[in-house]
Design a protein around this ligand. Structure first.
Ligand SMILES: Cc1cc2nc3c(=O)[nH]c(=O)nc-3n(C[C@H](O)[C@H](O)[C@H](O)COP(=O)(O)O)c2cc1C
Length: 304
């Protein structure tokens, strides 16, 4: 028997594989075997409904995809009244991803969601590249002070496990991971998408309505892996690895680099059953290598 369960703060997961925010939807319900997963992270919500960015909002690139959704969502009330009840019987942990324009927004979201029985943890999306808010019209995750301040405010507002999702679009990810840890975050999630753009040579126009967007998928895997590796050495709290995880091998590599758990995003657009397949593959890999506990993989990269 192989132990697949892991702990992220107070949150106990039956395995380390989660569906990443914005890439798993309720419409996948019948296709995706979410009961097999450690957790699902729901699409980021804001206090009030948001319409998002102008179309086109998705463009396929070499080994990846660009998106500029812009946090379209139905708001907090819609989450509580319409979305969470749909997950009532689900045999997986539910993590709600939140974003706000101010520290106060984050506090309000955290406080209300903490009263919802079906919410097991919160993920702070400080890093969506498709919206500008907060610090000098930039991202919260691009200011060490803002990361610390928001995490601290949320920490005071909720007893739930808090995962802080950071931006890779910074010079030194370690500084931001340390700021989130100092603010009281239980874990760090790395990475959100990398800022990119695409142009159509024929029309001479940008491929995305928003001109720039976030790059995800296999193209970003080596970049994310490096970010996880750096962050894992800089902080004592667990890292959740994200970026181009398409199969179980990718998940193993992220864990070897220091991730305590992983999230699967773009792979869901190829096949919504991918995260469940990754759980199965991980279990087989551990058996084959006679590793009795998945936690033994964390940071177990062999150097020298
Ligand atoms: C279409 C799309 C929508 C996304 N929406 C969100 C979101 O609402 N909140 C968030 O934190 N991340 C969002 N992400 C980022 C993913 O959760 C993930 O961090 C990123 O795509 C990298 O992982 P991947 O390469 O496995 O996709 C989105 C990604 C895509 C492709």
């Amino acid at each position: 028997m192989v132990n697949l369960s892991v702990g992220i703060g107070k949150l106990k997961l039956k395995n380390p594989v989660m569906a990443a925010s914005g890439t798993w939807g309720f419409e996948y319900g019948e296709l995706a075997d979410i009961d097999r997963l450690g957790a699902v992270v729901l699409k980021t919500i804001t206090l009030k409904k948001r319409v998002g960015n102008p179309p086109p909002r998705i463009y396929e690139t070499a080994s990846g995809m660009l998106n500029s959704i812009g946090l379209e969502n139905g708001g907090l009330d819609d989450m509580i009244e319409n979305k969470l009840p749909k997950l009532d019987g689900a045999g997986t942990r539910v993590i709600v991803s939140i974003a706000g324009d101010t520290k106060d927004d984050f506090k309000k979201l955290a406080a209300r969601l903490s009263k919802c029985r079906r919410v097991d943890a919160l993920e702070l999306n400080l890093s969506c590249p498709n919206v500008v808010h907060g610090v000098d019209e930039g991202l919260f995750a691009h200011s060490e002070k803002a990361v610390y301040g928001i995490v601290k405010a949320v920490r005071e507002a909720t007893p739930l496990t808090v995962i802080t999702k950071l931006s890779p679009n910074v010079t030194d990810v370690k500084i931001f991971a340390a700021a989130a840890e100092a603010g009281g975050s239980d874990a760090i999630a790395l990475c959100n998408t990398f800022i990119g753009m695409a142009i159509d040579a024929e029309t001479m126009r940008p491929r995305l309505g928003n001109i720039i967007g976030g790059l995800s998928g296999p193209a970003i895997k080596p970049l994310s892996l490096r970010a996880v590796w750096e962050a894992a050495k800089a902080v004592d709290i667990p890292i959740v690895g994200i970026g181009g995880i398409m199969g179980w091998r990718d998940a193993v590599e992220f864990m070897l680099s220091g991730a305590a758990a992983v999230q699967v995003g773009t792979a869901n657009f190829v096949d919504p059953r991918s995260p469940a397949e990754i759980v199965r593959g991980l279990e087989k890999y551990l058996s084959k290598h006679k590793i009795g506990d998945v936690r033994k993989l964390v940071g177990a990269i062999k150097l020298g």
